[in-house]
Design a protein around this ligand. Structure first.
Ligand SMILES: Cc1cc2nc3c(=O)[nH]c(=O)nc-3n(C[C@H](O)[C@H](O)[C@H](O)COP(=O)(O)O)c2cc1C
Length: 405
């Protein structure tokens, strides 16, 4: 074979010098190609207590790992020779049109993960035209979230507290700022046992103890951010020096029943969603009580250990409800393909929790943006490879469950 000395042009086309960027955060986030990459970044940048609070779940953590396994063990059945040059992810839910079929589930204490907190998450949701649900245990008031993201679809999640006056006040405050959808979470009659939090001695807000000192010292950026931004305050209390589980058990009302849905619906007057449904019978009872949507969820595996996975219940709930209300789902979703799978099995809408929190911990508001970009790219790619160009086209012929629990 004859060899030549490389020409300048040949060498130039081979040499690929990366563009020099001085924005280290943007560079770091761009390199994250999956939600799991964001998780790794998050772990490097966040003290163990807050990171484990997000990452962990109850007891053996089987509820979460099984939910994730359920999504990883579905099988897609693509159709080919369709024109998939464009695909639309637009969808409607509860009288809103969203640009994507997923939203940000409520998560407590968000400013503990990153000082940008709930407002940053709500702003990203507004930017992508997806809904954000502020938790009762949020560390920013509903008024501040709505004024921080006035163009967004901001919904509110209610935990029923023992203090009835506070429940009523919370409902009225959400209504007063124009929130149109209330999400009532019903799977926390008592707190699940989150062993990581107990072992880390996590208090809310986090406190500096001998044990946590080294942990915080290893994440000076998080610590500086935490100490130089307004202290964590909650709607329900000013601070708590016990574990999160003790706090939930002291504040939450374990005697709420289906009968309560009636007065809550009347007091609220807008759309009512029940979150934490785990079987078709309970879903049916909610719908008979007039709710607008149920969210099939085991709370990200943070409550009952070894709980049934929402994905395995999806078909039976969709069949039972038969279009009389919307069926949403969460828990274990870390990939746009998971979202496509849930929609193909009949879910009307999908929620993610940790996926955006990993982004938040990895890079504040830009990290949440990156999480949405990743999920969206994965979703669109999955749709196109399945041969569909709209959310409505995703259906059961595209999917088979290889294992059902
Ligand atoms: C750190 C964290 C805090 C949460 N806080 C709440 C909450 O305050 N209210 C609520 O209804 N659900 C809460 N959840 C559950 C989420 O709304 C959602 O059901 C769950 O995160 C979905 O699972 P995924 O994280 O695998 O996406 C929380 C979840 C996490 C990870």
């Amino acid at each position: 074979m004859q060899r030549n000395f490389p020409t300048i042009n040949h060498f130039r086309s081979f040499l690929h010098l990366p563009k020099i960027s001085f924005n280290r955060r943007a560079k770091r986030l761009k390199k994250a190609l999956t939600i799991w990459d964001l998780r790794s970044l998050a772990k490097r940048r966040t003290p163990r207590g807050p990171f484990d609070y997000v990452d962990g779940s109850a007891e053996s953590e089987a509820s979460l790992s099984r939910a994730r396994y359920g999504f990883s063990s579905i099988e897609f059945h693509p159709s080919v020779l369709r024109d998939v040059s464009t695909a639309s992810t637009v969808t409607t839910s509860l009288d809103h049109t969203f640009d994507l079929p997923f939203g940000f589930a409520p998560t407590g204490f968000t400013r503990m993960m990153h000082s940008a907190g709930e407002v940053a998450v709500a702003q990203v949701a507004a930017q992508f035209n997806i809904p954000y649900v502020l938790s009762t245990l949020g560390t920013t008031s509903i008024e501040d979230v709505v004024s921080g993201a006035p163009k967004g679809t901001n919904w509110f999640q209610l935990y029923m507290l023992k203090d009835m006056a506070r429940n009523l006040e919370t409902i009225d405050r959400a209504k007063a700022v124009g929130v149109d959808t209330l999400v009532l979470t019903v799977d926390v009659p008592v707190s699940g046992l989150r062993l990581r939090d107990a072992r880390n001695g996590l208090t809310i807000p986090p406190s500096l103890t001998f044990r946590s000192l080294i942990d915080f010292a290893k994440k000076p950026r998080w610590l500086a951010d935490y100490l130089t931004t307004p202290p964590l305050e909650f709607a329900a209390m000013s601070s708590w020096n016990g574990t999160v589980a003790e706090m939930l058990d002291t504040l939450f009302n374990p005697s709420v029943t289906f009968e309560d849905l009636e007065w809550i619906r009347e007091r609220w007057g807008g759309s009512l969603v029940i979150k934490g449904i785990q079987n078709a019978q309970d879903a049916r009872r909610c719908v008979d009580q007039g709710v607008d949507a149920v969210i099939l969820s085991n709370h990200g595996g943070r409550q009952l250990d070894r709980a049934v996975t929402p994905l395995s219940q999806l078909r039976s709930v969709v069949e039972e409800i038969d279009g009389k209300a919307e069926v949403h789902i969460d828990t274990g979703i870390t990939h746009g393909g998971d979202i496509a799978a849930a929609l193909a099995l009949g879910a009307d809408f999908v929620w993610v929790g940790r996926s955006y929190l990993y982004g938040l911990m990895a890079g504040g508001q830009d990290g949440v943006t990156r999480a949405v970009e990743i999920l969206t790219q994965e979703l669109v790619r999955t749709m196109k490879l399945l041969g569909v160009t709209s959310i409505a086209e995703l259906d059961t012929r595209h999917i088979k469950m290889l294992h059902s629990d």
